[in-house]
Write a protein that binds this ligand. Structure first.
Ligand code: F0G
Length: 355
């Protein structure tokens, strides 16, 4: 039986990495591609969900981080730095620790989930809360990495994109062909850039007959690519994608145009509804930012724009346990109150409606 070796060993020949470079890996990639019966029925398409929350630090960032940290070691770096809405910092902290590197992370104060923060702290990162948003954090990190011996591991680092493109390879390997449409949440726009690179390369190598249309969705309060200009004060419940000036802006537009795709926005209400739908009907628990892809698919489906019978893959980027408060909050905003009973079978049976 094949035991998954992490994305570098699985795809080394297709990645920009030397045969001799040691892989710093936690076994990332090889994530489930799950057929979604409910979403398929609702949209009239064949919908698959690429569940990236199943990576070692529970988000897709690990695919890029195994590359970025392996290469950082090769370059002789002793310390890495990143800006983050939470997932990049969790991943950087874990892989840096594995490699014996120091890691510094800059996050927007009060705007990252406790789950993500706890990961960075647990893995021993130097954590700085910045009185600003993600875009401010990234600007600071760029300055620090230019002035000091700290290696930048945000997705402006091409090693990150290179690792993240493996998700497209996995989709094609699993389906036997490229999907017709690939749907992604978009924040800093590294991931849509990476997926498109992966699909392009697989087609060029003859490993796929076609390439999908790329559909990206931003949160309505943080939708610079849709508006066509940066957003100074991005705001959304989906803190993962609360970004006003994406670093990979041009690459995201290129992915959209070259694939004849689209980049649109979804409201916080649409995101939270999709988040609930996915967990309560498909058994897949994601963080709100991840649900932007599902929300976007449903929006387009309701507008009659999903081709009947199309094969569609939606990436859900991070695990629900990253930011679980949204699950126990009811639609009207109150926290769920579980029914409480004494240690008594009859009371429990009554409470469950069995009696
Ligand atoms: N989904 C999740 C869960 C994310 O954490 C991110 C980005 C995205 C989607 C968007 O991906 O930036 O490549 O367009 N998170 C970054 C971070 C910004 O710091 O963790 P993107």
């Amino acid at each position: 039986r094949h035991q998954w070796q992490g994305v570098i060993e699985e795809y080394r020949g297709l990645l920009d990495i030397a045969d001799t470079t040691a892989a710093v890996t936690l076994g990332e990639g090889g994530t489930p591609l799950i057929h979604a019966a409910g979403l398929s029925e609702r949209t009239g398409a064949e919908v698959w969900v690429k569940y990236e929350g199943m990576n070692p630090t529970a988000s897709f960032k690990d695919r890029g981080m195994t590359m970025a940290i392996s290469k950082a070691v090769e370059y002789g770096a002793k310390a890495v730095i990143c800006a983050s809405t939470g997932n990049t910092s969790a991943s950087a902290a874990a892989y840096a620790t594995k490699a014996g590197l120091t890691c510094a992370v800059l996050v927007p104060a009060g705007k990252i989930s406790v789950g993500k923060m706890s990961q960075a702290v647990a893995h021993g990162a130097e954590l700085l809360e910045i009185d600003g948003n993600f875009d401010d954090c990234l600007t600071l990190c760029r300055k620090l990495s230019e002035a000091y011996p700290v290696h930048l591991v945000n997705s402006v680092n091409p090693d990150r994109i290179e690792g993240q493109k493996t998700a497209s390879f996995e989709v094609v390997d699993r389906l036997g062909q490229a999907p017709d449409i690939h749907v992604l949440p978009v924040g800093n726009a590294g991931n849509i850039t990476a997926y498109w690179k992966g699909y392009r390369e697989y087609a060029e190598l003859g490993l796929a007959d076609s390439r999908p249309r790329m559909w990206g969705f931003q949160a309505a309060g943080a939708a610079p690519l849709v508006l066509g200009h940066p957003v100074d004060e991005p705001e959304t419940v989906a803190t993962a994608i609360r970004i006003g000036n994406p670093a990979s802006w041009e690459q995201a537009i290129a992915a959209r145009d070259e694939s004849e795709g689209l980049i649109d926005s979804v409201t916080d209400d649409e995101i939270l509804a999709a988040h609930r739908l996915l967990s309560s009907t498909e058994g897949i628990f994601v963080e709100p930012g991840s649900a932007a892809s599902i929300a976007g698919l449903l929006k387009r489906s309701d507008a009659g724009e999903v081709p009947s019978g199309a094969t569609i893959v939606c990436t859900v980027t991070g695990h629900g346990l990253k930011d679980p408060q949204w699950a126990i909050r009811t639609a009207d905003g109150a926290d769920l109150e579980p029914t409480r009973v004494s240690v008594d079978a009859v009371s429990a049976a009554r409470a469950l409606g069995l009696e």
